[in-house]
Design a protein around this ligand. Structure first.
Ligand SMILES: NC(=O)c1ccc[n+]([C@@H]2O[C@H](COP(=O)([O-])OP(=O)(O)OC[C@H]3O[C@@H](n4cnc5c(N)ncnc54)[C@H](OP(=O)(O)O)[C@@H]3O)[C@@H](O)[C@H]2O)c1
Length: 275
């Protein structure tokens, strides 16, 4: 199975499908990431706040996979926006790495008014070779424009809540127009919704002989989005990677797109209100 690579605006590439480890128990992280690597994932999405960077690092070290074949993302937590160099050093030490492929500002936390300062620090960390690419998560277009107004660098990606119940294509296309790739978090609705029971999802699943989760991942891939579903179950980790043997038709894609609930479909906080 070949995962497509997506080219970022800084010339680097990212595997379009990865494995996310939000809420993966730190005690189980090494084992589950090792399984993901065994199955074929090469892109892992973690964050300082997840508390499991050490487990990710252990799996990487024990895998024997050459570092350059892996794509590792971690994120700067909100209370370290004025202290990014030290925060990244802590993440690198826990990961056992001397660079990460992608470092993200986790939330803009607009009330703190420090995300531009954080971005300036990330630019320096990239120059120093400690990160290959830099980006943001949960940024609205206005926040991104503030970065562009104050620095010379546009984020490579914006990682946002994105699934059939919360789509915001107009906003996301506005962000893409800046050359920024969109990453989806919560692609399966974080296990908190009935999205996998909707006929628009179960119908295509039956038609293609796949599972609703595979349909949801495929919908993201065919929308050109970078996606890294999380699972704490080994069989699901394999299932979620096995999404390149079928293609959703235009009608099936449109059916899933019709499930959009706008802001009512949001599962996490709105980025403007999360401080
Ligand atoms: N930047 C941010 O603010 C932010 C926020 C949230 C997440 N993220 C990133 O995005 C990644 C993905 O989002 P997420 O973890 O929140 O949610 P998600 O991937 O949408 O959903 C994970 C949930 O779906 C279940 N699941 C996974 N595979 C399944 C399958 N094949 N069939 C049925 N159920 C399945 C999981 O259960 P089991 O684990 O029990 O299998 C879990 O309950 C995260 O891990 C993290 O890396 C970023």
């Amino acid at each position: 199975m070949t995962v497509p690579n997506i080219k970022l605006n800084d010339g680097n590439t990212i595997p379009q499908l990865g494995f996310g480890v939000f809420k993966v128990d730190p005690e189980k992280t090494a084992e589950l990431v090792a399984e993901a690597l065994r199955v074929g994932y090469r892109h892992i999405d973690t964050a300082a706040i997840y508390g499991n960077e050490e487990g990710v690092g252990q799996a990487i070290a024990e895998s024997g996979i050459p570092r350059e074949e892996l794509f590792i993302t971690t994120k700067l937590w909100n209370d370290r926006q004025t202290d990014a160099a030290a925060a990244l050093d802590e993440s690198l030490r826990k990961l056992g790495l001397d660079y990460v492929d992608l470092y993200l500002i986790h939330w803009p936390t607009p009330e703190k008014d420090t995300f531009v300062e954080a971005w300036k620090q990330l630019i320096e960390l990239k120059k120093a070779g400690k990160v290959k690419s830099i980006g943001v998560a949960n940024f609205e277009l206005g926040h991104i424009e503030e970065l562009e107004l104050n620095t010379e660098e546009t984020p490579a990606v914006n990682q946002v809540e994105l699934h059939p119940y919360l789509q915001r294509w107009r906003e996301l296309d506005g962000i893409r127009a800046h050359g920024i790739k969109i990453e989806s978090w919560g692609p399966l609705g974080q296990g908190k919704t009935d999205i996998m029971e909707q006929p628009e999802v179960t119908g295509p699943a039956e038609a293609h002989g796949v599972t609703p989760a595979q349909v949801l991942i495929r919908w993201q891939l065919q929308n050109g989005v970078i996606v890294f579903p999380k699972s704490a179950h080994k069989e699901r980790i394999a299932e979620n990677f096995d999404v390149f043997g079928f293609e959703l038709t235009e009608d099936e894609m449109a059916g899933i797109t019709s499930l959009d609930r706008g802001e009512d479909g949001r599962g996490g906080p709105h980025p403007n209100d999360f401080n």
